[in-house]
Design a protein around this ligand. Sequence first.
Ligand code: SF4
Ligand code: SF4
Length: 352
Amino acid sequence: MMSKKSDSDNSIAKLIQQKALDLGYEKCGIIPVEMMAGYEEKFHERTQKVPESQPFYQNQQRLIRFQEDFDWAKSIVVLVKRYSKYHIPESLRGHIAKHYLTDSRINENTKEFQSSTALEQYMKELGLRTETNRKFGIVGVRWAALQAGLGMIRRNNFFYTESGSYISLEAFLTDCEMELIEKPNLPPCPPNCNRCMKACSTASLSDAYTMNPLRCISFLTTFGGRDLPNEPLASDFGDWIYGCDMCQDACPMNHNKWTGQNEFPGLSELEPYLTMENILEMDEDFYRQNIQPKFFYLSPDELWKWQVNVLNFMDNRYEDHFAPAIIKAQKSNYEQVRKMAGLISTKHGLHT
Ligand code: SF4
Ligand code: SF4
């Protein structure tokens, strides 16, 4: 049973929402923690539909049990920020997922990160206790955003607002009983639309709301990437080397939603280093200092995964001008890179 919120608690809620909007967030809603009750069932539904995905979701159990860790939490402030305002350099488009290129979660140079810390500070000044996990979330945030009425989850499993799905969600726990729920006004997916499912080349998104993360290119090119030479889906990755946007890009609800008018801090400076050839040539120290902190799904010791992903792209889209880079990669310091380059060289008849 939810306890009654006082007028002052709800005026605090309004203050937080206004501050969030002033800081540039697209939306802000607040739900009592009790509204997360349905999340566990939803979570298990997901793994029941695709039983082999169980290990993937194992480390997300903490999102279900957040109240065990934070028994003081009474409400959740849920926020939406839009990354579709950022310009994506031509050479990176279709190779690295847009969300990862404009990831502000731990990038202190971004307006979004600064807004997040400013909002946290503001809530503290209001006398609230708060907690968040900027990197990996503190609650099931899509579910929380749905309860807060900030938008809807479409058949491709992404959360949409009026700005489409090129948004990211953020949540703070607070110790204050508050509630600020909006009413979304979005059209449902058109009845026969399955464009997102058709766009998914690995059949990870096999049906509406049904996705096998273990087949997803986003997973397999990042923290799930292990043994690409023996990965039967590798040839279906197409142009992607880190993440994948295909099921979002194909969606008519995202049509014309990418405005791209702003520069993302540091992205144009990074662009030349992220060409396929330059990733293959990348120095490990440079990677550790400049690339890994921004693309943190791969660890400081996993430059080789980027390079194997690049070689996979070169195999999928083979052109003669890739040959010198592939041949050179046969002499890489990384065993996995040598192996991949050797296999591709044999396949395309390249000789050292
Ligand atoms: S991100 Fe790519 S691989 Fe993953 S479900 Fe969407 S289209 Fe499929
Ligand atoms: S592509 Fe169609 S079915 Fe898929 S999320 Fe978009 S509107 Fe819905």
